[in-house]
Ligand binder design. Sequence first.
Ligand SMILES: NC(=O)c1ccc[n+]([C@@H]2O[C@H](COP(=O)([O-])OP(=O)(O)OC[C@H]3O[C@@H](n4cnc5c(N)ncnc54)[C@H](O)[C@@H]3O)[C@@H](O)[C@H]2O)c1
Length: 386
Amino acid sequence: MILILIKALPRLYLSKQILRNQQQQWGECYKCWEYQKWLNSCVHVAASSCFSSSYTSMNINKVLVADAVDQACVDLLKNNLIDVDCKYKLSKEQLIQEIQNYDGLIVRSDTKVTAEVIEAAKNLKVIGRAGAGVDNIDVDAATKKNIVVLNTPGGNAISACELTCTLITSLARNVVPAAASLREGRWDRKLYAGHEIHGKVLGIVGLGRIGREVAIRLQAWGMKTVGYDPIVSAEDAAKFNVEFLELEKIWPIADYITLHTPLIPETRNMINKKVFNQAKKGLRIVNVARGGIIDEAALLEALENGQCGGAALDVYEQEPPTNPTTLKLIQHPKVVATPHLGASTSEAQIRVAVEVAEQFVALSGKNPKYTNAPGVINPNVLNAKK
Ligand SMILES: NC(=O)c1ccc[n+]([C@@H]2O[C@H](COP(=O)([O-])OP(=O)(O)OC[C@H]3O[C@@H](n4cnc5c(N)ncnc54)[C@H](O)[C@@H]3O)[C@@H](O)[C@H]2O)c1
């Protein structure tokens, strides 16, 4: 116990420091719940490591897997004496019925774990998302019922980073429209001449797991990397060769901007008309983070008036998109659009499947090999169970 406390103290201190710095920088807004949720996920590594081995084990004996996750998840749970049922594409009514029989629920993106579903659950102790973010889970409702919510934030970082780099280089060389034109039988060599990214300025907004991996890779292509993140210092950014600049200083100098923040009130519509007006003419922008960070109407206008020279989008305000502005963007000749593929690699799918199962086993206390639940979003629930 003493050893656990000694190990936990520096991490607790770190969590508190991050919180304090944030409170100073963000003023009153830290009180809002959205921000708290984001902050919790930021400090989850520090916080949940403190809880590891010291929280009370939960009775997790039966788990429902409601979206297709890699078999590695099911195998790991079963090998640790947890029963698993896989039932996909349940209607809301079916899920409400089924959830009453389970201690744990695992989803990806398809299943919406609403307050109604959570309310119907009698024994549910933990909801896990095999992926980064918990947009499809009502965390408030779960927290009120003392249900732990967790995700696997690191599992798909490399995949999301690699898609970002692919999109940046594709934009520079017009790969997507040129390939489509050739497929249609044309030979338009002049029309699709591109430019080098060597020597260009890449502005990285959000220097977390994915943002810094993107920086490291594109430096190898000769890009100059500048970036901003409210919880990263200039000294830390310099360690991975990113020049730390305030956002207002990034907009006018960046040839490319890539977004790697969560969607929180402070980042919603962060890239808007004002930003496009301040930006270098012909700026190219990439969003593999979350829909809603770019104001889509402003982007469309900037593409049409030439202020924005191209955009690559993997995420949208609404998914799948049906609203006319998003559909126009997807059809726009200067846009490369992918259907939320950031985490869609075989490697990431196995990684997130294993990570979510490991955390369930850790919380169940069934195997001393697994003691960490680093993806817990609402660690206060774990605290309450101590
Ligand atoms: N397209 C996909 O399939 C896919 C896959 C994985 C992750 N993602 C998304 O990518 C984003 C980044 O993921 P990550 O794993 O790097 O997250 P992370 O938590 O490691 O990093 C996010 C960073 O954004 C910073 N940030 C918060 N507010 C900011 C602001 N106003 N300005 C600048 N920076 C700000 C945070 O301080 C943090 O360091 C998330 O939104 C995640 O959901 C998408």
